[in-house]
Design a protein around this ligand. Structure first.
Ligand code: IPM
Ligand code: MG
Length: 351
């Protein structure tokens, strides 16, 4: 039985997941780890970004941790359904991980690395809960068609059901109870039918099951504005797939670096979770040993906590990262000069 399936992927993915492996060997040496190709490299070697065998192994593991996928090599000429990104979407739906937890936590030592003033981000601890397997990413129909006038017409479909909204909202409310007890639910109910259903469904669930949690409805554009104006007003921010994609990139920058942020994608209780750094494959620095491995290492920390039942090891790892940063460990994205491996060394030393 595989405890942890590593999918290093493309670009900087292999470099950052190599540091996860080192940390795992030191912290939880008994963990059974497997590794498979995924993304562009899997397309090159196996003809598909996500093979059936890899998906089956992912579903049979306790947790899956991926690095990153994609890169210029596969842009353009790769068939659309074979692109690395298509593999990622297939992995998310195949594993049925509908709730994507994207924390934006500002480490004290990094408050000055943010593009916002220190007082706005110091102590920031917000959790974005992004719906991950529905909405416009998957809605049918979707196509580009030719028009008689020689132009074209493109269609994407934003679609949500009550059940899809409820199950992800439940995750947000449950999380809020263990935090500062507030959920902001972001949609565009002023212009979209899906937004209206989202608001109605979240309101009804709140009245029925979570009246003790404070619920604030907010339009997604207002949420984007407030995230840079006064981000600390948020505790849990619940939103759909597309808005969550955008708002989580915005939130990540508040913390100083995209290279710092982990994420967890969870399905039904007892099913394996999918863990990934929020950053992409960063082809411009791939292979140079410059990438910050902390987002991947913190993704492993989330896996220990949420899927592997090892909260104590997760606490130790979180503390080690905090210590390494407090001791001045900085990769280039954080204004320092450590290599990927040296940042791994710093975390290991703190462990
Ligand atoms: C993310 C990424 C993906 C997404 C891409 C790579 C398909 O931007 O995880 O945020 O849009 O979900
Ligand atoms: Mg994104």
């Amino acid at each position: 039985m595989t405890d942890l399936l590593l999918l290093p992927g493309d670009g900087i993915g292999p470099e950052v997941t190599a540091q996860v492996r080192r940390v795992a060997q030191a912290l939880t040496p008994d963990l059974a780890i497997e590794e498979r190709l995924f993304g562009g490299c899997a397309y090159d070697a196996e003809g598909t970004p996500l093979s059936d065998e890899t998906l089956a192994l992912a579903k049979a593991s306790q947790a899956v941790l991926m690095g990153a996928v994609g890169g210029p090599k596969w842009d353009g000429k790769t068939p659309r359904d074979k692109r690395p990104e298509a593999g990622l979407l297939a992995l998310r739906t195949g594993m049925e991980v509908f709730a994507n937890l994207r924390p934006a936590l500002c480490f004290e030592a990094l408050a000055d690395a943010s593009s916002l003033k220190r007082e706005l981000v110091e102590g920031l601890d917000l959790m974005i809960v992004r719906e991950l397997t529905g909405g416009v990413y998957f809605g049918q129909p979707r196509f580009i068609e030719d028009l008689p006038d020689g132009g074209k017409r493109a269609v994407d479909t934003q679609v949500y059901t009550t059940a899809e909204i409820e199950r992800v909202a439940r995750v947000a409310f449950e999380l809020a109870r263990g935090r500062r007890n507030t959920v902001h639910s972001a949609e565009k109910s002023n212009v979209m039918e899906t937004g209206l259903l989202w608001r109605q469904t979240v309101t009804a669930l709140h009245e029925r099951e979570y009246p003790d949690v404070q619920l604030v409805h907010i339009l997604a554009d207002v949420a984007a504005m407030r995230l840079v104006k006064s981000p600390k007003q948020f505790d849990v921010l619940l939103t759909d797939n597309l808005f969550g994609d955008i708002l989580s990139d915005e939130a990540s920058e508040l913390t100083g670096s995209l290279g710092m942020l982990p994420s967890a994608a969870l399905g039904a209780p007892g099913k394996p979770g999918l863990y990934e750094p929020i950053h992409g494959s960063a082809p411009d620095i791939a292979g140079l040993g410059l990438a910050n491995p902390l987002a991947a290492i913190l993704s492993f920390e989330m896996a220990l906590r949420w899927s592997l039942g090892r909260a104590e090891a997760a606490d130790r790892l979180q503390a080690a990262v905090t210590t390494a940063l407090a001791n001045g460990a900085r990769t280039r994205d954080l204004g320092g000069s450590l290599s990927t491996g040296q940042m791994g060394d710093a975390v290991l030393a703190a462990l």
